[in-house]
Design a protein. Sequence first.
Length: 206
Amino acid sequence: MAQPTIIHFTRHGDVHNPDQILYGRIPNFRLSDLGQRQAQAAADYLSNRPLAHIFSSPQQRAQETARYIVGKHPQLDVKIDERIDEIHSPYQGEPLHKLEAMGWDLYSDIAADFEQPEDVLRRTHDFISFVRGDYVGQEVTAVTHGDVIAFMFMFAKGVVPTAGKKISFTELGLSDMYPATASVSTITYYTDDPDEVPHYSYKRPY
């Protein structure tokens, strides 16, 4: 492969959430004023990258963030892709203080129709395989959500995401405790080997 295939996983900006709940896939959660500034910073960071396409989660906050990136790449459109959607969790709508008291364990002892970490990583890998097949040697960005990025980061570091397993992202080499809003996590594939573990880099551009 003459050129590497690069995917910039961009987390959406900070969200307007006055009731302090886990918004999950609940509709109509927009970027806050801070989130808009963060999204602009992410767009500025990606402005000089030769992006071939922009993908976004279906969630409003992700689509709004993607539009800031389009502002720097007006020749591109945004394609919605459900494979990079927010996690499907039984806890959406619950107050954040309750989840903090649970240690943010959103995956242990939940019904089978909700997602486990391996389910989230599986659909993320499916998206990555699609990009590696259709955009060989090119760069794309995918505007998505925290756990989608976190589990992909763990995979790149050789750690299997598992319900209830406590992970220190800083010990794995991340400069933040968790992928920050509007951060850009870049994975790079240098070969066509389907089993290649990508190179990972991280930037919080503000």
